[in-house]
Write a protein that binds this ligand. Structure first.
Ligand code: MBD
Ligand code: FE
Length: 295
C-alpha cells in the first residue's frame, strides 16, 4: 500500500520573527536561510532546501505539515483512497509547488482542520552541506526518518486515526496518561523507521502541542539543554526517557508558546502494538500550561 514516507517539512506562523531566528539558530542549531522572499524565511537541517518555512504574521501556530510521498504514482494511490473515503483535497498550482521547492503538491485538511500538504520530489541541495546555526558535535537525525514528530490537535481522535491511516500511517494508542482534564489516550503513528512521526490525543491551547527534533550525538542534546537553561527559557517537561520510542528528551517553550521537544537515541517503530502507563524515568512537569501530562 502506498504511504507517505516521512514528515518532510513544517510551516509555522509566528508573531515574533526575530525571536524565532535567534531561537532556531542559537538554541536548536538550525541553519537560518533568509532567502529572497520578503514574507518568509527558512531553516535547514540537512541537504534539503528547507525543513521549516517560517511565516511572520499575526498568529503563532503550525501553518501546515508536509508529508512526503515517493513519486506521482504513490501520490495518486493516496488521492484515490481520499476520493473513496469522500475526503476533499486540492491539487496545488505549479506556482504553489515551486513555492515549496517540490515538483508535486496537494493540499488537504485533516478532520480537525489542520492543514496537511502531500508532496513529492523536494529540492535537495547536495552541493550545500548543512551549516548549523551554532556549534554542533554532530548532525540531526533526518534521512529516511524525516525531520521528527509533531503532536497536533485532534477534536475526534478516531476520525484523525482514520484520516492519517488513509495517508498510510500506522499506529495506535500507546499510553494511558493522567492530565488535569482526566485520563488521556494519545495515539502515535509512524511511516518509516522513526518510532512515531505523528501523535495526537493530548489537546492544548494551540493546534501544535509540540514538535520533536532529534540529534545524532548525545552531547548536542546536552549542549541544547545547557543553552536553554542559560537563557532562562521555560522548561515544560524535564529530561526523561519515553517508554515508546525510548528517546532521551526534554521540552521547552518556543517563542510561539508551544513546546519544542529535543531528543537523542530514539528507537525504531514496531509492527505490533503495546501501551504504557508512564515513562521510563524523568519528564517531570516544570512549567505547567502546554504539556500537562503525567508521564
Ligand atoms: C512522545 O514523544 C511524547 O511527546 C509523549 C507525550 C509520549 C511519548 C512520546
Ligand atoms: Fe513527543
Amino acid at each position: 500500500m502506498s504511504s507517505v514516507t516521512e514528515l518532510g517539512y513544517v510551516g509555522l506562523n509566528v508573531t515574533d520573527a526575530e525571536a524565532w531566528k535567534r531561537f532556531g539558530a542559537d538554541v536548536i542549531g538550525l541553519e537560518l536561510v533568509e532567502g529572497e522572499e520578503a514574507d518568509r524565511f527558512y531553516f535547514r537541517m540537512d541537504y534539503w532546501h528547507h525543513r521549516f518555512v517560517i511565516h511572520p504574521g499575526e498568529t503563532d501556530d503550525i501553518a501546515y505539515a508536509g508529508w512526503r510521498v515517493a513519486d506521482e504514482e504513490a501520490m495518486q494511490a493516496i488521492l484515490d483512497r481520499l476520493d473513496a473515503a469522500g475526503h476533499s483535497y486540492r491539487r496545488a498550482t505549479p506556482e504553489e509547488a515551486a513555492e515549496r521547492r517540490v515538483l508535486g503538491l496537494v493540499k488537504v485538511k485533516d478532520p480537525s482542520g489542520n492543514p496537511v500538504e502531500l508532496f513529492y520530489a523536494p529540492l535537495i541541495e547536495v552541493h550545500l552541506p548543512f551549516h548549523p546555526g551554532r556549534r554542533m558535535h554532530g548532525k540531526f537525525v533526518t534521512g529516511s526518518e524525516g525531520i521528527g514528530h509533531i503532536l497536533i490537535q485532534a477534536d475526534d481522535p478516531a476520525a484523525s486515526h482514520r484520516f492519517y491511516s488513509l495517508l498510510g500511517l500506522k499506529g495506535a494508542i500507546q499510553y494511558h496518561l493522567q492530565s488535569p482534564k482526566g485520563t488521556v489516550y494519545p495515539v502515535f503513528m509512524h511511516c518509516n523507521d522513526r518510532q512515531h512521526s505523528l501523535a495526537f490525543g493530548v489537546n492544548g491551547p494551540s493546534r501544535l502541542n509540540h514538535m520533536m527534533l532529534e540529534y545524532r550525538e548525545l552531547d548536542d542534546l546536552g549542549l541544547a539543554h545547557d543553552i536553554v537553561r542559560a537563557q532562562g527559557i521555560d522548561v515544560a517537561l524535564q529530561l526523561g526517557k519515553h517508554s515508546n520510542d525510548e528517546a532521551l528528551t526534554f521540552y521547552f517553550m518556543t517563542p510561539s508558546g508551544w513546546a519544542m521537544e529535543l531528543g537523542w537515541g530514539g528507537g525504531k517503530s514496531f509492527a505490533q502494538q503495546q501501551y504504557h502507563l508512564r515513562d521510563i524515568f524523568g519528564h517531570g512537569i516544570e512549567k505547567s500550561g502546554n504539556m500537562d501530562v503525567e508521564l
